[in-house]
Design a protein around this ligand. Structure first.
Ligand SMILES: NC(=O)c1ccc[n+]([C@@H]2O[C@H](COP(=O)([O-])OP(=O)(O)OC[C@H]3O[C@@H](n4cnc5c(N)ncnc54)[C@H](O)[C@@H]3O)[C@@H](O)[C@H]2O)c1
Ligand SMILES: O=C[C@H](O)CS(=O)(=O)O
Length: 484
């Protein structure tokens, strides 16, 4: 049972135009705890009409929000950051209850998500323009940056708090208004963020949260002309669909999509460090992150040593309900996720791979799955081409640098990549040759608010975080002054 200190954070209604309301037809949908199957609460099942009202409400207040001095916007965002951190434990309990990740990871997610609000509260005051030498002494050129306007966001279940703040913090900082749709499996974190947004002083109507039928809500977001940008985090398949739907109105898009991260261990790597890096990169959130190592390439001279050390670490992982102390591996989000993991394993073994440890559903039942290592994996297997999104570490052998770079780049994805090596010329060459938006060198985790997070190829468009993430919510306006 979810017990909160601040019980006002657990909401069973959606937040539109500063009001907490039910669906027009009073329909609801349950929010389940994946570890126990218990119903945490129910939330409205909204659709097109409620989404349209939310967009209209956002539009009514956006321009006044943009006109407020940047320092005022910054101070209100800072208030929000402070309130989130003051309620970190409750927000973490909500994440673990609705998504299943271990409490320690949930606490980390709350701090990570809040760091984007803190960062963009500061950046709000640094939206600079340009003056350009004009083609005539009677002319002056000014370039100014203005907020895009009303933006819509659609986010996934695996980081139900941070994927929202990573989007709306820069948007609010520059003067946009927003309508968000969290994943139907994990809406409670989004609703709790709205409670604290209101308390922080964000004006009614500026932040709206609609929960319900994704197709109906997304359909309104991609067709309503008031929405000037859709920012989506989720699968490449849905991102492609939303891109197609948005094309009709030439909406700006931010797409944070699927990954297929290579994790490369060269023979000059610190093997113990590489094992530590592989553990966090592979098994964080039970392997349910877009930047998880999806393919682990180990140079043939250190392959057996790495496999043995990794298996010893995996054996120490404690599986269970994320709300229990010391648990480091929670359940997968649903049966569909388990089915995909099992399909990848069955395919790999049928094509010659060998299970080193794990390989089956955990004795706890439900959607708990044993952390797994598979060796002698080859590029003919599904794990080489598809995002597993589960706790499987597939180990590939490689001969030399050229061989592994060719294998690593042989995918339509381009989000995160990692490698462990010491030789500096190898480090620079490999980092430059990997076709990914992000490269972690001698580390298994690379996400933070000061760096531009995002991918290339079919892993997405745009960046979130860093000074680069601000531009995604700004339009450039060129003003030519004549007869001066
Ligand atoms: N690049 C990143 O930053 C990042 C971060 C987290 C997750 N992901 C990716 O997300 C995927 C897992 O998350 P998921 O299962 O929630 O993805 P998903 O694409 O199934 O769902 C993501 C969101 O899209 C909504 N959605 C689904 N169909 C829709 C439709 N037809 N119209 C409008 N909205 C729709 C869902 O309700 C949810 O809110 C993985 O591929 C993972 O790599 C990427
Ligand atoms: O799953 C996607 C998230 O972006 C992972 S991270 O927490 O940002 O690394």
């Amino acid at each position: 049972m979810l017990k909160l200190t601040n019980e006002n954070l657990l909401k069973s209604q959606c937040y539109i135009d500063g009001e907490w309301i039910d669906a027009d037809n009073a329909e609801t949908m349950d929010v389940l705890n994946p570890a126990t199957g218990e119903v945490i609460t129910s939330v409205p099942k909204m659709g097109q009409a409620e989404t349209e009202r939310a967009i209209t409400a956002a539009n009514a207040v956006q321009k006044n929000w943009a006109k407020r001095p940047a320092k005022e916007r910054a101070n209100i965002l800072r208030n929000w950051f402070n309130l989130i951190m003051a309620n970190q434990e409750d927000l973490a309990q909500i994440i673990t209850a609705e998504m299943g990740k271990p409490l320690a990871e949930s606490r980390g997610e709350v701090a990570y998500g809040a760091s984007y609000i803190e960062w963009y509260a500061e950046e709000a005051k640094r939206v600079y323009g340009d003056t350009i030498p004009a083609p005539g002494d009677d002319k002056r050129i000014i370039v100014m940056k203005q907020p895009i306007g009303v933006i819509a966001s659609i986010t996934p279940w695996n980081f139900p708090n941070a994927m929202i703040t990573r989007k709306i913090a820069p948007a609010l900082a520059v003067g946009c208004a927003t309508v968000m749709k969290p994943a139907e499996q994990t809406p409670l974190s989004a609703l709790a963020l709205c409670v604290l947004a209101e308390e922080a002083g964000l004006p009614k109507g500026l932040v709206n949260c609609v929960v319900g039928d994704p197709v109906a809500i997304g359909g309104e977001m991609t067709s309503n002309d008031i929405i000037r940008k859709l920012t989506f985090t989720g699968s490449t398949e849905v991102g492609r669909l939303l891109m197609r739907q948005s094309a009709q109105h030439i909406k700006k898009l931010g797409l944070e999509l699927g990954g297929n991260a290579p994790f490369i261990v060269f023979d000059d790597a610190d093997i113990d460090a590489a094992v530590e890096g592989a553990m966090i990169s592979k098994y964080r959130n039970s392997g349910q992150t877009c930047v998880c190592a999806n393919r682990i390439y180990v140079q043939e001279g250190v392959y057996d040593q790495f496999a043995e050390k990794l298996a010893a670490k995996v054996a120490d992982l404690k599986i269970g309900n994320g709300a229990e102390d010391d648990v480091v591996q929670g359940p997968l989000i649903d049966d569909k996720a388990v089915a995909k993991v099992e399909a990848h394993l069955t395919d790999a073994v049928s094509k010659g791979a060998e299970i080193v440890c794990g390989g089956q559903r955990h004795e706890l039942g439900r959607t708990f799955f044993e952390p797994t290592i598979v060796k002698n994996v080859t590029k003919e297997m599904k794990v080489a081409r598809e995002e597993t999104f589960g706790p499987i570490a597939p180990l590939f052998r490689f001969k030399d640098d050229a061989d592994v770079i060719a294998q690593a780049n042989d995918t339509e994805y381009g989000l995160a990549s990692y490698f462990y090596a010491k030789d500096m010329s190898r480090v620079f060459r490999v980092a430059e040759e990997l076709e990914y938006g992000m490269v972690g060198v001698n580390t298994g985790i690379l996400s933070n608010e000061v760096a531009p997070f995002g991918g290339i190829k079919q892993s997405g468009l745009g960046r979130e975080g860093s000074k680069f993430g601000l531009d995604d919510y700004l339009e450039i306006k060129y003003v030519l002054l004549s007869e001066i």
